[in-house]
Design a protein. Structure first.
Length: 134
């Protein structure tokens, strides 16, 4: 920090020099820090101190914090788009896994000479005479 933090603490209340306040306002207006970052970085107490400084010393008389003006529809649309991308990625990974497992089964069947994959249309065995022990 180029400017020294000139602060006087009287009875739990902080008083900052005018040059320090202007320095903080320049940091916020140039976008190097937002007001919350400035508050924590320089240990400035109070929830609206930096905002009030920006209103008093800032170039624009009305401090407008950067925010996203998203309507509910735009917000939901962006959430849905992100979710679709996540699901498409998961689907792609699942397809790759299935393809891999099919190749493994095919190679195993060739090497062992045994059919591993279940034949479609074959009915399961009924009443083999074996008893299930619990």
């Amino acid at each position: 920090m180029d400017k020294k933090k000139k602060m006087i603490n009287l009875g739990g209340r902080q008083y900052f020099s005018e040059s320090f306040k202007k320095f903080i306002v320049r940091q916020v207006e140039t976008g190097k820090l937002n007001k919350e970052e400035a508050k924590y970085k320089y240990k400035i107490g109070g929830n609206s101190a930096v905002l009030n400084w920006c209103r008093k010393y800032g170039k624009s008389q009305h401090y407008q914090p950067k925010h996203y003006d998203m309507s509910k529809e735009n917000f939901l649309e962006s959430v849905y788009k992100r979710r679709i991308q996540e699901l498409e990625k998961e689907l792609s990974q699942a397809k790759l896994r299935v393809s891999y497992l099919e190749c493994v089964i095919e190679v195993a069947e060739e090497d062992m000479g045994v059919q591993i994959e279940k034949k479609s249309g074959v009915r399961p065995l009924t009443n083999t005479g074996a008893k299930i022990v619990k």
